[in-house]
Design a protein around this ligand. Sequence first.
Ligand SMILES: Cc1cc2nc3c(=O)[nH]c(=O)nc-3n(C[C@H](O)[C@H](O)[C@H](O)COP(=O)(O)OP(=O)(O)OC[C@H]3O[C@@H](n4cnc5c(N)ncnc54)[C@H](O)[C@@H]3O)c2cc1C
Ligand code: FES
Length: 238
Amino acid sequence: MPKIYNGEIIENIPVGELFLVTVSIGESISIEPGQFFLIRIDREDVILRRAFSIFDVDEDRLSFLYRVVGRGTKWLSERRIGYSLNIFGPLGNGFSISQGRFLLIGGGSGMAPLYYLGKRLRGDVKFLLGAQTGNFWGKELLSRYASIGDIEVVTEDGSLGKKGLVTEYIDTNYDRVYACGPIEMLKNIRIDIPTEISLESKIACGFGACRGCVIENKYGEYKRVCKDGPVFNLKEIF
Ligand SMILES: Cc1cc2nc3c(=O)[nH]c(=O)nc-3n(C[C@H](O)[C@H](O)[C@H](O)COP(=O)(O)OP(=O)(O)OC[C@H]3O[C@@H](n4cnc5c(N)ncnc54)[C@H](O)[C@@H]3O)c2cc1C
Ligand code: FES
């Protein structure tokens, strides 16, 4: 059951162009990879909570990996150790967990939910991560991913790893693919193996009541990203 927790910040640090915040909520709870939390932004000009996928779970410690894009994420990046963050979750459905060979594709901050997913999958995990330039990732961040699976990075300017777009380097020798990133990246995943994608939308209530986050799938059905998703089968969406 989702609940409001007061998470005491124990770390909030830049990792390349992203930030990693870890809070202690004082109890261990069950969270599936791909689920997300809504973080309350205590600024008068930000009304809605902001959504962040779970990056890692370690006993009572929850971590979120985020990119500063606007007022809410800027406010979050300025919170210091000891600040009590009001978080609501876990929300959404999460990725399926099985055994086999898996390819995890992350575009930009879309890499966030894949770390905890990689930790929970049983079998061989390969991360294929893409960004505009190599400065996007901090070295320690890439080593964390490398500690749980093979890793290949692709940058648009070729400054780190292979040059181009992640979708140019997808190999299909896997049992299942998981992906999170910009919608254009997800649309360009044209493969025939089972693929789960995590989608974003503007989130308001977060638990399925307001229908503010609805998207239309390929069959003309309306789906709530916060409740029916954020994880969907690729073939259901594109
Ligand atoms: C289920 C879910 C999980 C998410 N997980 C993560 C995560 O792990 N890490 C992370 O960095 N971000 C994640 N996001 C995106 C994150 O919620 C937005 O970046 C955040 O809400 C922006 O808030 P802001 O106040 O800083 O920006 P705003 O001031 O609200 O907007 C700044 C800019 O960002 C755009 N924007 C705002 N909200 C979103 C959104 N939800 N999706 C796309 N663009 C948006 C606006 O259109 C605008 O251009 C997730 C979103 C969803 C729906
Ligand atoms: S945000 Fe209210 S239904 Fe999804």
